[in-house]
Design a protein around this ligand. Structure first.
Ligand SMILES: NC(=O)c1ccc[n+]([C@@H]2O[C@H](COP(=O)([O-])OP(=O)(O)OC[C@H]3O[C@@H](n4cnc5c(N)ncnc54)[C@H](O)[C@@H]3O)[C@@H](O)[C@H]2O)c1
Length: 256
């Protein structure tokens, strides 16, 4: 219950899916949670849910592609809660799923703006608060798609490879400030992102789920809490010696 007691955590893209599960577990483990997203109704609803079950959370509208907005919201969160201990760079989109030679510049830029530039902006504007406090934990949501290819979604693969290495480099840059930076690599997790992907697939939702499940040696797709518990670990003092590492939670997908 108290693994994150007295910590203040920001979760980007916190309204749905893995972000939402992370906000709920953070609150359950005693953290004060800054839920941020572009989906204001869902974000506010989640905050009500957390606060009515004894947790502490507040919602801020935050589009991670806008640097001025990131700077402003982080400053407000810091003023409201007194510090920023944990940043979960979770906001992400799956983007164009077609071969590289068919991807447009606009599709490429749109995905990179959220999945890579958003992580850069959020890290950039969290670091000064963490440096001043001489502590912090930053967790980048990469993917199995940041480790291996799958012959689909080229911009997404590129973006997840980028945030994996950004975590390692930032881990080195800020180790002396006692700021840890790690990446998490989920296999397929049943969230709105994957559900939409499944609905658009030629195989149809049911067969897509079956087909994707079969790619994971454990035989099924994961659920948001499978990832959120890993994020809780990296945010907590239990991981005080863990930095620059990659936590793979994928039902064995990349062990093959
Ligand atoms: N679901 C999976 O199978 C899976 C696997 C590997 C990695 N991931 C990664 O985990 C993270 C969460 O994925 P998910 O499946 O929960 O996705 P999701 O689509 O279910 O939720 C993503 C959230 O991010 C928000 N978001 C999108 N653009 C944003 C922006 N510009 N600014 C702020 N918020 C924004 C959305 O509104 C949404 O609430 C993503 O980075 C994703 O790439 C997911």
């Amino acid at each position: 219950m108290d693994r994150l007691k007295n910590l203040v955590g920001i979760v980007t893209g916190g309204a749905l899916g893995i972000g939402r599960a992370t906000c709920l577990l953070f609150a359950h483990e005693g953290a004060v949670v800054a839920v941020t997203d572009v989906l204001d109704t869902e974000g506010a609803q989640l905050v009500r849910e957390i606060n009515s079950s004894g947790g502490v959370a507040e919602y801020w509208h935050l589009d991670v592609t806008r640097e001025a907005e990131v700077q402003d919201v982080f400053s407000k969160i810091r003023n409201r809660f007194g510090k920023i201990d944990v940043l979960v760079n979770n906001a992400g989109i799956s983007g164009a799923n077609k071969p590289t030679h068919e991807v447009t510049e606009q599709e490429w830029d749109k995905l990179m703006a959220v999945n890579v530039k958003g992580v850069f902006f959020c890290t950039k504007h969290a670091i000064p608060y963490m440096k001043a406090a001489h502590r912090g934990s930053i967790i980048n949501l990469s993917s199995i798609y940041g480790l291996v290819g799958a012959a689909d979604a080229p911009p997404y693969h590129a973006s997840k490879g980028a945030v994996r290495l950004m975590a390692k480099n930032d881990a080195l840059l800020y180790a002396a400030d006692n700021i840890r930076v790690n990446s998490v690599h989920p296999g397929f997790i049943w969230t709105p992102m994957v559900e939409n992907f499944a609905k658009q697939s030629a195989a149809g939702e049911k067969d897509f789920r079956k087909m994707i499940s079969a790619k994971h040696p454990l035989g099924h797709i994961g659920e948001p809490n499978d990832i959120a518990w890993g994020i809780v670990y990296l945010a907590s003092e239990e991981a005080k010696f863990v930095t620059g590492s990659e936590l793979i939670i994928d039902g064995g997908y990349t062990a093959q």
